[in-house]
Design a protein around this ligand. Structure first.
Ligand code: GLP
Length: 259
């Protein structure tokens, strides 16, 4: 099962995950990071600002999970713009090495296979950062997504469009379609790190970590991964049946092991 780490707050989660990423980049200067959008990974990017300052990050590579289809990449809420604003610029990464799926209508038919080929050519993702939607989606793999799925176009659920309407002027402006790495793509990353904060994510976290393996619970795909870490605050951990065991195992973890 995934290792669950229950931390005091989002800042502590950011520090923990940033330390792991810094260790990865130190060991492998051209590390391939799997980047996620949304509010959840922001504490990680924030912590990385300080921790990566002064380090050579010019060879670090990255692949975002997803993008809206048909939204101008220059739109402030395109995931290309979000990744540039939240990750590439503040961390000083080389924008040519940071990939985001291409949501342009004209090339959408082969954008998924192109993206898979680019991930393969990079040798795969070393560490994939993940958030989770309130309906349990990871990336934009909505309930019903195949565990074997690869990068492809999906229709957003009404719930996800409502959740993301806060980034747009109105819900009508939220695109209907997205292109997202599949669950099968995500499972090929060498280390998965899923973060979640707040009561609103508690059920999605419990389903992902302890629920049955089911396409209706896309987050449960992480149970198939040999190295998955789930970093949550107390509120997001509140529906986990085995939370005492997770606290006990983390407190007694050998000091030489990272997350
Ligand atoms: C979007 C993204 C997901 C993200 C989710 C949760 O739908 N495509 O990758 O995990 O939102 O967002 P937040 O972290 O803001 O709660």
């Amino acid at each position: 099962m995934a290792e669950v780490v229950i931390v005091e707050n989002a800042e502590a989660a950011g520090a923990l995950v940033a330390a792991e990423i810094v260790g990865l980049i130190d060991a492998r200067p051209d590390a391939v990071l799997g980047l996620a959008t949304g509010s959840t990974p922001l504490p990680v990017y924030q912590a990385l600002r300080t921790r990566l300052a002064g380090r050579d990050v010019s060879r670090v590579r990255g692949f975002a999970l997803d993008e809206y289809v048909g939204l101008d990449p220059a739109h402030p809420e395109s995931y290309r713009s979000v990744i540039t604003r939240d990750v590439v610029e503040p961390l000083g990464l080389d924008p040519r090495r940071i990939h985001v799926p291409d949501g342009a209508q004209e090339t959408i038919r082969h954008a998924g296979s192109d993206y898979e080929a680019a991930i393969d050519a990079a040798g795969g993702v070393d560490l994939q950062i993940l958030g989770i939607g309130t309906d349990g989606h990871i990336g934009f793999n909505e309930p019903g997504s195949s565990f074997a799925s690869r990068t492809r176009v999906k229709t957003l659920t009404a719930q996800t469009r409502e959740d993301n309407a806060r980034f747009f002027d109105s819900i009508d402006d939220v695109p209907m379609h997205c292109i997202t790495q599949g669950l099968g793509t995500i499972l090929r990353a060498r280390h998965l790190v899923l973060l979640a904060f707040g009561e609103g994510k508690a059920q999605a976290v419990a389903d992902a970590v302890e629920g049955p393996l089911s396409a209706i619970l896309p987050g449960s795909a992480i149970q198939l991964h040999p190295h998955a870490t789930v970093v949550v605050d107390e509120a997001a951990a509140s529906r986990l049946a085995l939370s005492d065991y997770y606290r006990y195992t983390f407190a007694n973890k050998p000091s030489w092991q990272g997350i």
